[in-house]
Design a protein around this ligand. Sequence first.
Ligand code: NAD
Length: 266
Amino acid sequence: MPGRLQHKAALITGAGSGIGLESSLLFASEGANVLLIDVNVQAAEKVQKLIAERYPNVKSAAIKADVSKESDIKAAVDKAVELFGRLDVMFNNAGIMHPEDDNALNTEERIWDLTMNINLKGVWWGCKYAILAMRNNPTDASKGLHTGGSIINTASFVAIMGAATPQLAYTASKGAVLAMTRELAMVHAREGIRLNSICPGPLKTPLLMDFLNTTEKRERRMVHLPMGRFGEAIEIAQGALFLASDESSYITGTDFAVDGGLSSCY
Ligand code: NAD
């Protein structure tokens, strides 16, 4: 049976850990050629090695890139096109939650700027260069390949509802990702370029577990989780796979919640 991303090429940011790691493995298992980027290139290289072992029929590579730097993202997108001849899926997933991010009174400007540069500006650069590449995708109807593509931007449930443990810069950055994604989706819809946000709930990944670094903080967050558990990175990757694949061909501009019901509950 052909994979759900057969013949497609994908670029995944923050591919060395958590959601990016699981998405890289899942996309490759569904037939996509994948370029993995991470500021921690050793971590991305480990994931690439696993892909090469498990899925020898797909092409894969890992490179170092900092999503907050425009030149790094341009170079990464150029690399994907050079390696795979096209870019069908851009997963702008890399993000940080800084331990010193706090409420409006205590958050320092440098934490705000660092967070915005990675979580928001990094997504802008990723969208910009992916859109430029997707416009030029060669068409091969026999393989279901066309111009255009799917861009997925990782936001968060905190973009929809306030977090009880304050993280001002993070929450603001993720809210802006939703707004930016909706506008880009409208602007580029007629080019066949779909843009959607994915909004994960709280997950058992290093990002959140390092932030909620005491049992008390984790239990406080757990009270709000309808399913009574933190999510797994693979559960977000499965949502991203749907948005990346042609199964979501009529879906653009959404805030796709994969949060165990958190954003629907009181
Ligand atoms: P993670 O910390 O496990 O992985 C993030 C990866 O991004 C790491 O490999 C890190 O090296 C990389 N990275 C960080 N800064 C980078 C940069 N400037 N350039 C390139 N790579 C960089 O985190 P995760 O939980 O998998 O989070 C992935 C995304 O999901 C983030 O955008 C995060 O905000 C979002 N998210 C996470 C949760 C959660 O509970 N974990 C909830 C909602 C949203």
